[in-house]
Design a binder for this molecule. Structure first.
Ligand code: ADP
Ligand code: MG
Length: 708
């Protein structure tokens, strides 16, 4: 075994084999997610106690955490009050001042043995005043056996790390385990970052970083260390990001050497469509189409993420891509997360492509029998075609003969695996994933570091900004008046209710009740309800009536969140707005403001909410920039919640933070790509150690079979 393999084996050792840990403490540590030596090293202190110097009793102000030195002057038990509460008191002096140290609970025998007149101790704790005297309650105590020698104190002083722990596991047990683990760490741990890279960014070594984080020196700043911003922390963060980015870069590189389909830009159908559109494409759309066209015409498979705010017109962009595929006599598959959305795309495409002779088909779970059979035969027959669908496209018997383009709409609604299943239905098709949840750059880089990125940053012209207001319960009558007034002028409104999975039935009952009430209140209009439990055909009918303005008010659960386009709807009332994530609110809000009319989004909520919830909703009032909102959301909720970790395949970071360490993420990405460009096989001597570490780091996180 070479050094690195040996290292990895050592890091993988179960934590119970750390000296002094054993099976019992090992179990407790496992509860903290610390299962191996490596986990323990990464179990970083979340704050530090400042015990660097001994304070003078006289000069210490009450309310401060201090280390005080004292020689016992008097000891005794005091009985307090009528109930006879016992207090153990020790009066100590440092030669200038006096301090009374008190315990309300104590092992009497042990204490009487321990605190004898003349004995010396260090006391750690908060100094307070009691009847004009300085006191410390229940301090931590360290005996000072020898006479006043500088080194004796120094042993006990310094920045003391504080670890997150669990019941039954003491700070000092964690500290001790780490002391043992870190003994001789410098010789034990081989460096994991290539020398050149470390020099370039000025990063300290790995072993040094661990020691310095777990056992800071006196000159180190407890604030900087607690904020995880020391050079040693930053090195570990960089390293964590670097290996993630390297894995992604590796995957990207592998994809580039694959041979895919080289389309040929004939501008036949594309031009026809362009001339048919009643508006000009935005600059962002044009750029995206160009980038996609370039990718599709190159022999390597396209792997592109199209990001654009709600309403930025991504659908058209993907239609242009689909036409390029059709022009080349090939097939395109477009997968959307809901039937309503798939159906909308289907109708849209059919209308726009009328007379071009390209078959457009819709394949969802409701497509059955002969109709489904016809579609399967069409696709297997190899004729050019565009098929729009839902998860139903993933079914095993859906096979393509000449599939050259796969589009995933609202990518964040699908898992990585689902994307893969669709891609596997052809040899190296071009892949375009689209998302209207503007994913903050840091997340996009982590999740999709292996994808190329197209961005549409502007909305089509003529959009009137949406006015967003938080509304409290007391103003509800006013809200109803407002809605009534607008609907009377021919506009339409959404009322949206949250549906949260665990309590789905209950929420649905709530929403249904509210619907009955709204129907009474607005009895002069037609009010209908839409929710996820309805049969598809029913849903479609309801949507259809709403889009034809036969229904004026649509009461809905979040099924309308994704992609629905009814330009005449100008009012969106979101009930219990505090229950939604910001990005979700932004998505919902994007359902209005699609025509040229002034649109409104009302966030209804009641008073009993936390400041945090209020702050969040205020972000919605203040901003209509999806990216900004997403950044805020990420800050507030953390990356796991933001996307739903299970689905997204987002790795958990041990030290890195996607929000505050963005600079390091970028540096890591740049370094990873550079390294692979110079040494695509990781064959250079100085990079030889990278591959095993990469495999080790990626184990159990993202599938990275290609690296092996
Ligand atoms: P999203 O990016 O959210 O999927 P859509 O593709 O649904 O947005 O587009 C929203 C609306 O904007 C649609 O009604 C579409 O027809 C319209 N649209 C798209 N591009 C343009 C444009 N360049 N100018 C005007 N309207 C456009
Ligand atoms: Mg869309």
């Amino acid at each position: 075994m070479d050094a690195i393999q040996e290292n990895i084996a050592w890091l993988n050792s179960p934590v119970q084999y750390v000296k002094g840990v054993g099976p019992y403490l090992g179990k407790l540590l496992e509860r903290l997610g610390v299962a191996t030596f490596e986990d323990l090293l990464y179990h970083l202190p979340f704050r530090y106690l400042d015990r660097r110097s001994i304070a003078s009793i006289v000069k210490t102000l009450p309310g401060k955490q201090r280390v005080l030195y004292g020689q016992v002057d008097a000891v005794g038990e005091v009985i307090l009050g009528r109930r006879g509460r016992r207090v153990f008191e020790v009066i100590v002096t440092d030669g200038e001042g006096y301090l009374t140290v008190k315990w309300f609970h104590y092992p009497r025998k042990f204490f009487q043995e321990r605190f004898k007149k003349g004995e010396k101790f260090l006391f750690f704790g908060e100094v307070s005043l009691y009847r004009g005297e300085k006191q410390m309650l229940h301090p931590e105590v360290t005996p000072v056996k020898e006479f006043f020698e500088e080194e004796d104190f120094q042993k006990h002083l310094g920045l003391v790390p504080v670890y997150s722990t669990t019941e039954g596991l003491h700070q000092r047990q964690i500290r001790k385990a780490l002391d043992f683990l870190m003994e001789g760490l410098e010789g034990r741990l081989a460096e994991t970052l290539p020398e050149a890279l470390r020099r370039k960014w000025g990063f300290p070594g790995q072993a040094e970083s661990f020691s310095r984080i777990h056992r800071p020196l006196d000159e180190d700043s407890p604030e900087v260390w607690t904020a995880l911003r020391s050079p040693f922390h930053r090195r570990l963060v960089f390293e964590e990001f670097f290996y993630l980015q390297l894995g992604l870069a590796f995957r990207r590189q592998r994809a580039q050497v694959l041979t895919g389909i080289a389309h040929e830009a004939k501008f036949r159908f594309q031009e026809v469509l362009r001339n048919k559109l009643p508006f000009a494409l935005t600059e962002g759309q044009e750029r995206a189409i160009l980038e996609i066209t370039r990718d599709m015409c190159s022999p390597r498979p396209m792997n592109r993420l199209l990001q654009g705010d709600v309403g930025s017109g991504k659908t058209l962009v993907c239609l242009f891509a689909a036409l390029l595929s059709a022009e080349n006599g090939r097939q395109a598959a477009i997968m959307a997360p809901t039937e309503i959305l798939a159906d909308q795309h289907f109708k849209n495409f059919s209308r726009l492509l009328q007379g071009m002779g390209i078959p457009v088909r819709l394949l969802t779970a409701s497509t059955k029998g002969k109709e489904r059979q016809e579609i399967l035969e069409l696709l297997q027959g190899g004729e050019p075609a565009i098929v729009v669908g839902t998860h139903a496209l993933l079914e095993e018997d859906v096979a393509f003969e000449r599939l050259s383009l796969v589009v995933i709409d609202e990518q964040h609604r699908f898992g990585v695996r689902q994307r893969m299943v669709l891609m596997k239905k052809s040899e190296q098709p071009d892949v375009l994933v689209m998302t209207a949840t503007p994913i903050p750059r840091s997340l996009a880089m982590t999740l999709y570091g292996d994808l190329d990125l197209s961005l549409i940053t502007e909305l089509p012209p003529g959009r009137v900004p949406i006015l967003t207001r938080i509304m409290y319960e007391k103003d509800r009558p006013k809200l109803y008046d407002f809605v009534r007034e607008k609907v009377k002028t021919g506009q339409q409104a959404y009322f949206v209710f949250p549906l949260i999975e665990e309590s789905e039935k209950l929420d649905l009952k709530d929403a249904t009740k509210a619907y009955e009430k709204l129907r009474e209140i607005f009895n002069e209009f037609k009010v209908e309800m839409l929710h996820g439990r309805m049969k598809n055909q029913q849903k479609e009918e309801v949507m259809g009536r709403f889009s034809r303005n036969e229904t004026q008010i649509l009461v809905s659960t979040t099924v309308i969140e994704v992609g629905i386009d009814v330009p005449n709807a100008t009012l969106m009332v979101i009930e219990h707005a505090e229950r939604f994530g910001l990005s979700q609110l932004h998505q919902l809000r994007g359902r209005v403001g699609r025509g040229g009319q002034k649109s409104y989004c009302i966030l209804a909520t009641d008073f009993k909410q936390s400041d945090l919830a209020k702050e969040r909703l205020k972000v919605m009032e203040a901003s209509s920039d999806g990216f900004k909102i997403a950044e805020e959301d990420l800050k507030i909720r953390g990356p796991g919640d933001f996307l739903g970790t299970r689905q997204s395949g987002l790795p958990d970071f041990r030290v890195g933070n996607l929000v505050s360490d963005l600079d390091l993420l970028e540096a890591a990405r740049e370094s990873a790509r550079e390294l692979l460009e110079k040494d695509p096989q990781l064959a250079l001597e100085e990079n030889r150690m990278i591959r095993p570490i990469l495999l080790h780091r990626w184990k159990g996180r993202l599938s990275l079979a290609q690296v092996g």
